[in-house]
Design a protein around this ligand. Structure first.
Ligand code: DQA
Length: 140
């Protein structure tokens, strides 16, 4: 059975309440339950933190044994060399995920410091971006 981690960064604990015009009305708990139904053959785990170091610790913890990580780093996407280095340091493939299409938004969201360390990027499909990222990991 494949092990895949869905990893969310800052402010993504507020999905469903946070800027619903951009991020939709679904909570991550609802979205995760839908994901589990969609991939009954995959052992999915969910972890969220607002703290950069905790995200790095989680990458280190699972990054040599899991089959893939679908990672929405939130705003740290645009700022964090440390997350880039953590993704580079592990052997598990990481797919960068965004709910919104960051290229339709502010220019400071057009730069990602983590894309170069990831196997690919999925963004702009709402909460379905997570399903597409899991599909991409399974197809690797
Ligand atoms: C986001 C896009 C980021 O720019 C933003 O800071 C987020 C969410 C997305 O999923 O669309 O927190 O990663």
């Amino acid at each position: 059975m494949k092990h895949i981690l869905i990893l969310n960064g800052p402010n993504l604990n507020l999905l469903g309440k946070r800027e619903p015009g951009i991020y939709g009305n679904d909570s991550m708990e609802q979205a995760f339950a839908i994901l589990q139904k969609h991939f009954p053959e995959v052992q999915l785990e969910y972890y969220q933190s607002n703290v950069e170091g905790e995200l790095i610790n989680k990458l280190h913890e699972v990054g040599f044994t899991y089959d893939g990580i679908a990672f929405n780093a939130g705003a740290y996407t645009h700022t964090s060399v440390a997350l880039h280095d953590a993704i580079k340091a592990i052997s598990t493939p990481v797919v960068e995920v965004h709910i919104s299409n960051v290229y339709q938004r502010e220019t400071y969201r057009h730069t990602s410091l983590i894309t170069g360390a990831c196997v690919g990027v999925i963004g702009g499909f709402g909460m379905d971006s997570y399903r597409l990222a899991v599909e991409a990991i399974l197809a690797l």
